[in-house]
Design a protein around this ligand. Structure first.
Ligand code: 5GP
Length: 124
């Protein structure tokens, strides 16, 4: 199935510089910025710069360079935020919502990095 990317979504506007953001890290293919409504002391969103709707879209259609850059950017933000378990931090959670059942609000792939407090058990 081909995804249709809506370039009017809010993260596309952030990437074009039309809306300000609190950038944590920018790389060749990725941008990380603080969530506007943080759910934890650390709540950073990491997005690819390319027009990918959700995780599977990106994983199946992005170039290897984009995938490596994005994967590393997520790791780098965890390091910068000091949440790496056993490496000065206490751990974190990654969330990538997709589509209606996943309750994805913004149709541009983003991984939430949450940490800085006990997050509780999500899956029973
Ligand atoms: P989703 O439900 O799509 O996984 O999460 C979207 C996230 O984007 C939410 O946590 C929401 O607070 C965040 N968000 C929505 N609009 C903006 C914005 O304009 N700037 C930033 N930094 N975050 C936003």
């Amino acid at each position: 199935m081909a995804y249709e990317y809506d370039d009017q979504n809010i993260f596309a506007k952030i990437l074009r510089g039309e809306i300000p953001n609190d950038t944590v890290l920018e790389t060749e293919h990725s941008l990380a910025f603080r969530d506007i409504q943080p759910q934890a002391p650390v709540h950073v969103l990491v997005i690819p710069k390319g027009p990918y709707v959700c995780y599977d879209h990106f994983a199946l259609e992005a170039s290897e360079a984009e995938i490596v850059d994005y994967t590393r950017a997520v790791g780098e933000v965890c390091k910068m935020a000091g949440v790496q378990p056993g490496n000065g931090g206490n751990g974190f959670r990654l969330i990538a919502n997709a589509g209606a059942d996943g309750v994805q609000e913004v149709p541009h792939l983003h991984v939430h990095i949450l940490g800085g407090r006990g997050l509780g058990r999500m899956l029973q």
